[in-house]
Design a protein around this ligand. Sequence first.
Ligand code: FAD
Length: 318
Amino acid sequence: MESVAQFLSAPHDTAFSFEILPPLRGKSISSTYADIETLMAFSPAYVNITTHRTEVTYKHIGDGTFREFSSQRRPGTVAIAAVLRERYGVRPVPHIICGDYSRREIEDQLIDLSYLGITDILALRGDRVRSAGIFTTAPDGHHHAADLAAQISDFNRGLMADGSQAEPVFPPFTFGVAGYPEKHEEAMNLSFDLRNLKAKVDAGASYVVTQMFFDNAKFFRFVERAREAGITVPIVPGLKPLTSLRQLSLLPRTFHIDLPEELSAELLKCTTDEQVKAIGVEWAVRQARELKEAHVPSIHFYAMHATKSVAEIARQVY
Ligand code: FAD
């Protein structure tokens, strides 16, 4: 099976791909499988599975005191990746994040994945923990995704986290990284962010997947700027269909993105989630059609809470 990176670089019609989240700890996996099955009908080229940091929570234990618990809210990324391949025969792309993990723990994850034969990954720094204002990392962990990218490339060559030399890995990992058409929230400006994106590509990334955006002009400008900055790898646009009134303030706040005037004028007329969903599908169909006409290698759909909308978009666009 060719890697996602090889697939994206070879000539083909714009592919369909989507990203899912593992279920919340303690919830059944069945609704995740139901979502996957709905979207498998559109023959995704590959499926991404997110990875989540450990969060600290405080639970009242009844005597006026609280107990601290720390746990990953959505465990199971690697298991779901294995199921995607075995049960559905689709290329899985689990996400690997820096946050929480030392270099050695990341190496252990790479070893597990390589034993499973899963060698397509997305390499990310990871979000900050929700209670923290800034990104924090584990002792001997990475501060930026470029360092994680370098570790994966070293691992492919057999260079281990402790500096020892092992056998090169075969087949080697190939990986993508994240890009931000509206710049990452912490970057001073887009040029600085693109310089850091180029560092990830120079460290071995074979393609870029973007943060969601609602204005294609921003994506096209981003691709132009990336090319000017010397980034030549495929750039996959990320789309998210709007599905609820709550998202109208949540998405800009969480992802530091704008909703274009024309879209927001329509959304302001909505009083129910159903109305937002209808506009969300219509808008994403328009975006996806234009992106397809521009021959983007794939469209990455953020499918969380939006399976039906993504299915409807895929039905109309592919
Ligand atoms: P980086 O590339 O490290 O960049 C983070 C910031 O640091 C940027 O502002 C960058 O400009 C800056 N920077 C980079 N290098 C340097 C340097 N040397 N000096 C100074 N500044 C620097 N999060 C999760 O937790 N789990 C997921 O599964 C997940 N999946 C995602 C999938 C996609 C497609 C995208 C786009 C994002 C995803 N995220 C996920 C969110 C991502 O982890 C956050 O946006 C995170 O804040 C940044 O990750 P990064 O890999 O882009 O980091």
